[in-house]
Design a binder for this molecule. Structure first.
Ligand code: IFM
Length: 447
């Protein structure tokens, strides 16, 4: 192992993340109901190469093999998400025992392997019947989310103690209801649908925290946000203000209500024509105390003022230098910066990196291996940035790499590979990449 390998506390959680629709497949099995991603991925021209999650990594049938991979990587935690429509096929109403049994077996298997389950309740696969009623635009979704949370908590809470209510609310609200790139695929010239769906999602998060605490009193509960380090393109006042607006849009619109109980005033002023209705008690519900914040970090944005630019009158300025296959700039210093900043400005009780990773054009070489030196280097440098943040006082308690295995990358289908383990989608063969071997060394070093 490299002498630069950072060291973390013995109880640090080293994990990998996945999400139900991206890996499970078996979309019509054992009573699972239709989700918005089934509908969206089967809509022509929405997904690269017409890919769907129908089979994905076939994890629904291969979960034991996948637990074996977690063990090979020496990971002591696994972050997965539950498919709402396996539990409640219509979104509400009758519970599907077969769905509960699947996750129950998975949780038991993880615990037997000495791996702590980290469960995300919502990673974007909303049951289609709830979408037909308006999805996250409808305030009544809060009650539906709480009822679903309650079923999962009562079924698994005797063994699962680490719960994430939602993954990346910015993504499923903005990409789903304004930009049209994700399910349900709506577009809007106004930002209002994003602000309304965000408000309902954050309210649902707050209500779910209470439901989890009541069903599982010893649970650790939090939410995961996708956060970006934002830099101004120049020191011109106009660009500094543009950077503040972009940060307000992506980061503070979520962090401020969750940790301070109000939306950021500069953004409220900017978006005043499109604000959601805020009822008495809403902001208290959203800012209910949590045990940790999950941070998904992938890249930074460098922005300049651009009057007339979408949403916040900014434009992102492409940077020279290193990029991954998604086109995102590789910028480990941004992870250090965002961790320090979140700790200083919002002081969550604990922080977990719940996702970090990168897609590269992996090649299966003649020796039957994947020598993904770029991903290995990417991880090495981001782990070092996290270790730096820990040394500087950030209460970082765990780090989950995205992803365990190559999987369905939403609108990009199977064209982008994020895994530490390669998946041959024709045969479902799994091969641990060099980055996975590196991960195994880092995780083993914790003790
Ligand atoms: O694959 C996604 C994941 O579902 C959510 N966070 C970002 C990942 C990479 O794009």
């Amino acid at each position: 192992m490299s002498s630069e390998t950072p060291h973390f506390a013995a109880d640090f959680l080293w994990g990998a993340s996945t999400a139900s629709y991206q890996i499970e497949g078996a979309v019509a099995e054992d009573g699972r109901g239709e989700t918005i991603w089934d509908r969206f991925s089967h809509t022509p021209s929405k997904i690269c190469n017409g890919d769907t999650g129908d089979v994905a990594c076939d994890h629904y049938h291969r979960w034991q093999e996948d637990i074996g991979l977690l063990k090979r990587l020496n990971l002591n935690s696994y972050r997965f998400s539950v498919a709402w429509s396996r539990i409640l096929p219509n979104g509400r109403g009758p519970v599907n025992q077969a769905g509960i049994d699947f996750y129950s077996r998975l949780v038991d298997g993880l615990l037997e392997a000495g791996i702590t389950p980290s469960l995300t309740l919502y990673h974007w696969d909303l049951p289609q019947p709830l979408q037909d009623e308006g999805g996250w635009l409808r305030r009544g979704i809060i009650d539906d989310f709480v009822a679903y949370t309650d079923v999962v908590a009562r079924a698994l809470g005797d063994r699962v103690k680490f719960f994430i209510t939602q993954n990346e609310p910015w993504v499923f609200t903005w990409l789903g209801y304004v930009m049209g790139e994700h399910a349900p695929g709506f577009t809007s010239e106004s930002v209002k649908p994003a602000l309304v769906t965000t408000h309902n999602a954050l309210l649902a998060h707050g209500a779910a925290v209470k439901a989890l605490r009541s069903a599982v009193p010893d649970a650790q509960v939090g939410i995961t946000l996708n956060l970006y380090h934002v830099d101004p393109a120049t020191n011109r006042p106009a660009d500094l203000e543009a950077a503040a607006r972009h940060d307000g849009h992506l980061n503070r619109w979520y962090l401020d209500p969750l940790f301070r109980g109000h939306y950021p005033s500069d953004m409220v002023e900017l978006w005043q024509a499109d604000l959601p209705d805020i009822m008495p008690g809403d902001m208290e519900q959203i800012s209910v105390p949590t045990d940790f914040l999950g941070v998904n970090y992938y890249s930074r944005h460098v922005v300049a003022d651009a009057p007339g630019g979408h949403y916040t009158e900014i434009m992102t300025v492409p940077q020279a230098g290193e990029h991954c296959a998604m086109g995102w700039e590789v910028y480990p210093d941004g992870l250090y910066a965002i961790l320090k900043r979140v700790h200083a400005d919002y002081a969550p009780r604990a922080i977990y990196v719940t996702e970090n990773g990168a897609p590269y054009d992996d090649v299966l070489t003649e020796d039957g291996q994947i020598h993904d030196a770029e991903r290995t280097s990417y991880l090495q440098r981001h782990f070092a940035a996290a270790a730096h943040a820990v040394r500087d006082g950030v209460p970082l308690k765990g780090y989950f790499v995205w992803s365990l295995i190559d999987n369905f990358e939403w609108a990009f289908g199977y064209s982008l590979r994020f895994g530490m383990v390669y998946v041959d989608f024709a045969t479902q063969q799994r091969i641990v990449k060099d980055s996975g071997k590196y991960m195994a060394q880092v995780a083993a070093a914790r003790s």
